[in-house]
Each structure stands twice: as structure tokens, then as C-alpha cells.
Design a protein around this ligand. Structure first.
Ligand SMILES: *Cc1c(COP(=O)(O)O)cnc(C)c1O
Length: 369
């Protein structure tokens, strides 16, 4: 790998392929894979990642919002794209780009049928989501008859899949709750399918669901974080490889005498003579202020250098007192080899998902093929 000369997020497509194949090895032959590429493919690069996964034979894609789906279509992605959280005002745009809405309430179902009717659609693919315990988006049991009746009186839309989402698939202490969710989904979806008289695909599992609940794979699974190299457990993270490495360089080195302070609000005051390195990456790049004051750290020459004082918008200062390094040297923030995003996130009490999706669009993405 080339040494960094500025702040970059390197994306290893081979690792993506390995993760895809590992997750696929957990499925039955005919179970489909939906790749979740919302939020710039979890902070990576949604178009490049989606195009690569399309070649690897991902069956479906999902994004959160309509504009994310439009971006994928404009980049030439042709496989079906499920929009997990469409907002009614964007329905016309959604149809224009052949995106497929998750419909999760009476209001949103009626609103979509109205727009699809105006747009002269027939059998437009829609996805029905049930709430089985996450209490976020989804129809309840007593909506099932309404959905079936509504859909019988129109040929404008057709249900392509029925799905639900697990609340705690990574937490084995919540196994009973998860099994109840799975059962509830089976019941609701069977009821709806009976009333519809045709058989949409069913799906429920996210990455941890795939790994922990093989009995809940149904016809398709939805994986996000696993593709990007995180398994939400020590055991599974060993089977996956983080695809992204966040790197930067040392801009300047300072000697801080005892009693001097470093950074804004003098959040760090030195009790001994130390050496700090200033790095061109800050909270505007996605290194949140929660990583400041010694919680977060970077790796220089294989050694841990803790963040000193407050994270600035465009810079952090790290303690390099015991590290052999000079201005211009490479710095690793996270990646597969030293500190993973999962470990760094945990050092500040958050999760890999938040850290990787926070890396802002200001950071240059570099693809390694
Ligand atoms: C984001 C999301 C996923 C992906 O979850 P991972 O834990 O990243 O695999 C799956 N399904 C829904 C509904 C989501 O919102």
C-alpha cells in the first residue's frame, strides 16, 4: 500500500469481496442477498461499492432515502433498489428512477398508491414492512386486513417483498426477544400472504441476524456492516475484514513544556515535558469530539498515540512522546491492521456504525482494486 501524503480513506475492494463471500457462505444456495449501501455505503463510497457488489452478484440494494437511490441509478446501478425510508414528497422522483419503496403505514401506503396512479403505473413493486418489536417503522397485526383489501382493489402496485427488522440480533442476551420477533414476523407475513393470494419474498435478518439466526434467513437477507468488515462480536469480526483504512500524516511536531496547554479551551495541561504531533483531521472529517481528551488514539510507527485535548474542526493533536516519528510520517486512524473502527469506536463508548458513517465527504476516497 502506498504511504499517505494527506488524509485519505482507502477502500479495499478485495476485502469487500471476501466479506461478501463469507456472508454468502452462511446462506442456503437460493437465499438472496440484499446489500445495504445507505449513507455512502456506511461512509465508504456508495456508487463504487454498489457497482462492485452488482458484479459479485448481489441480488438487491437498499438505501435509506430516495436521493441516495437516485445517485446509484445515475452511476449506472441496474439491480432493484429498496428505499427503506421514503418520504412522500419524493414519490414521483422515486418512480422516475425505478426505486422501490418500503411502505410501512396506512398513510404512506395510500399516499404511494395515489402518486403511482397519477403516474399510470401497473404492478409497481412495493415492499411491506411489519413492526415486530423494534417500534420504529412498520405495520401492526391489525393492519393486515386493511393492507390486503387495499391491494386487492388496485393493480397499480404489487408487493415484491414483506419484511421486518430485528431490534437486538447482535445481543445474545436478547435471544428470547429475537425469537419472539421472528415468530411474530412468520405469523404476520403468512397471514398477509394468504390474503394476497400470491407469494412475495420474505426477509428479516441484518448482518448479526445472518450470523446468529440461520432459522430466520427466509428468502433474502439484508447485510450492511458485515460487508464493510464488522461482525458485532469478537468471534465474527475475526471472520470479516474491515474494508476501509483511514490514514493521515503528521503536519507538525511540538515540544510541550511542563505547565503548558494544548489546543482549544486549554483542555490539556501538561504535567511533564511531552511531544505532540498535529494531524490534518478533525471533527469536520468525522473524528467527533467524543474522541478527544485521551479517549481516542491513532497509530504511528505501530504505536498508540492518544488524542491530546479537544478535537478541533480540522486538526487533532496526539501524544508522540515515546514514538519515533517526524513531520510527514504516516498515521493510521483505523483499519484492518492496527486499531479497527470497532475498537476505536468502543474506546469512546460508541459503535463502529457511527464512526464509519461519520467520515465526511471532505475526506478523499481511494479505491484499492
Ligand atoms: C441499516 C439496515 C440494515 C443493515 O444492518 P446491518 O446491521 O448493517 O447489517 C438492514 N435492514 C434495515 C431495515 C436497515 O435499516
Amino acid at each position: 500500500m502506498p504511504k499517505a501524503q494527506e488524509t485519505v480513506l482507502e477502500i479495499d475492494l478485495n476485502a469487500l469481496k471476501q466479506n461478501f463471500n463469507y456472508l454468502k457462505s452462511k446462506l442456503k444456495d437460493n437465499t438472496k442477498i440484499l446489500a445495504v449501501v445507505k449513507a455512502f455505503a456506511y461512509g465508504n463510497d456508495s456508487c463504487e461499492i454498489a457497482k462492485y457488489l452488482e458484479n459479485l452478484d448481489a441480488d438487491y440494494f437498499a438505501v435509506a432515502y430516495v436521493n441516495e437511490g437516485v445517485t446509484l441509478r445515475q452511476a449506472g446501478v441496474t439491480k432493484p433498489i429498496l428505499v427503506l425510508h421514503p418520504i412522500a414528497i419524493n414519490f414521483k422522483t422515486l418512480i422516475e428512477h425505478c426505486l422501490e419503496p418500503n411502505l410501512y403505514s396506512v398513510k404512506i401506503l395510500e399516499a404511494f398508491i395515489e402518486i403511482a396512479t397519477q403516474e399510470n403505473q401497473r404492478n409497481y413493486p412495493i415492499h411491506i414492512k411489519f413492526n415486530t418489536g423494534l417500534n420504529r417503522l412498520g405495520f401492526d397485526e391489525n393492519d393486515i386486513e386493511f393492507i390486503a383489501n387495499k391491494l386487492k382493489e388496485t393493480s397499480v402496485v404489487k408487493v415484491k417483498t414483506v419484511f421486518s427488522h430485528l431490534a437486538a440480533s447482535e445481543d445474545l442476551n436478547e435471544r428470547d426477544f429475537t425469537l419472539t420477533q421472528i415468530n411474530t414476523f412468520k405469523n404476520y407475513s403468512e397471514k398477509l400472504i394468504d390474503l394476497l393470494g400470491y407469494k412475495p419474498l420474505r426477509h428479516m435478518c441484518n448482518t448479526s441476524g445472518i450470523l446468529n439466526y440461520p432459522e430466520a434467513h427466509f428468502d433474502m437477507v439484508r447485510t450492511g456492516v458485515g460487508l464493510y468488515g464488522f461482525g458485532n462480536s469478537e468471534k465474527e469480526s475475526k471472520n470479516l475484514k474491515p474494508i476501509a483504512t483511514l490514514k493521515t500524516i503528521i503536519s507538525q511536531i511540538h515540544t510541550i513544556e511542563k505547565g503548558e496547554s494544548v489546543g482549544y479551551n486549554r483542555a490539556f495541561k501538561s504535567t511533564t515535558k511531552i511531544r505532540t504531533a498535529t494531524l490534518p483531521i478533525g471533527h469536520a472529517d468525522g473524528i467527533n469530539r467524543i474522541y478527544g481528551k485521551g479517549k481516542g488514539f491513532v497509530t504511528i510507527d505501530g504505536e498508540k498515540a492518544p488524542i491530546v485535548g479537544n478535537v478541533c474542526m480540522d486538526m487533532i493533536m496526539v501524544d508522540v512522546t515515546n514514538i519515533e516519528c517526524k513531520e510527514g510520517d504516516e498515521v493510521i486512524i483505523f483499519g484492518p491492521d492496527f486499531t479497527t473502527a470497532e475498537t476505536l469506536a468502543e474506546s469512546a463508548g460508541t459503535i463502529s456504525y457511527e464512526l464509519i458513517t461519520s467520515i465526511s465527504q471532505r475526506v478523499k476516497r481511494v479505491l484499492l482494486k
